[in-house]
Write a protein of this length. Structure first.
Length: 194
């Protein structure tokens, strides 16, 4: 297995764009606030990484086992993203969290579907077909390091933004998240949307 730095860079950049951890900063800040300032950065990173590795190796087989095609999986992820975007833009709470159990917010919706969502998983299937598997593995690991740093630094990032900056960023990225969800729905729904 010969690794190419060019391949590793390409894979890492593609995954970084799809995961869009920087674009998820307002959601991360919001989730941390909902859970009383607690956010399990390590746990979210590990769960997201495990999902990515599993999906890289046996993702299509798992979906096939349940009779689910990639398009249906993408639609389900898009619906969750749509609801998150509505929360951000409208300032409402759809995902109720129990302050006594902050562990679940590290998994849903943070690790899945924001970090390791339908877009990331379908991208991994495409990358596996096009690039060396070692390059894809290294690309995933590099992205997980960046994800951990952003999650761990969310308090510092929020201080730099200030409350007004965080609110503006939350609304802007809420609309972007809604647009991504709509695009995923349009791409994967069998009906033609004009």
């Amino acid at each position: 297995m010969e690794l190419s730095w060019k391949e590793i860079f390409s894979v890492s950049l593609i995954l970084f764009s799809v995961i869009d951890i920087l674009g998820s900063i307002p959601i991360i800040i919001d989730l941390r606030k909902k859970n009383g300032g607690m956010l399990a950065a390590g746990k979210a990173t590990i769960v997201a990484g495990a999902l990515m590795f599993v999906f890289l190796f046996i993702g299509q087989e798992i979906l096939g086992l349940f009779g689910i095609d990639v398009a249906s999986f993408a639609i389900a992820g898009a619906i969750i993203m749509l609801l998150l975007g509505m929360e951000m833009v409208l300032g409402i709470d759809i995902f109720k969290s129990d302050p006594a159990d902050s562990r679940t917010s590290a998994i849903v919706p943070l690790a899945f579907p924001l970090i390791a969502g339908a877009g990331t998983m379908t991208t991994l299937i495409s990358l596996r077909a096009e690039y060396n598997q070692g390059s894809v593995l290294i690309g995933i690991i590099l992205n997980l390091v960046i994800i951990y740093i952003v999650l761990k630094g969310s308090v510092w990032i929020e201080k730099q933004l200030g409350q007004a900056g965080a609110n503006v960023l939350r609304k802007v990225f809420g609309i972007i998240l809604l647009a991504i969800a709509i695009k995923l729905l349009k791409t994967n729904l069998p009906i033609s949307v004009s």
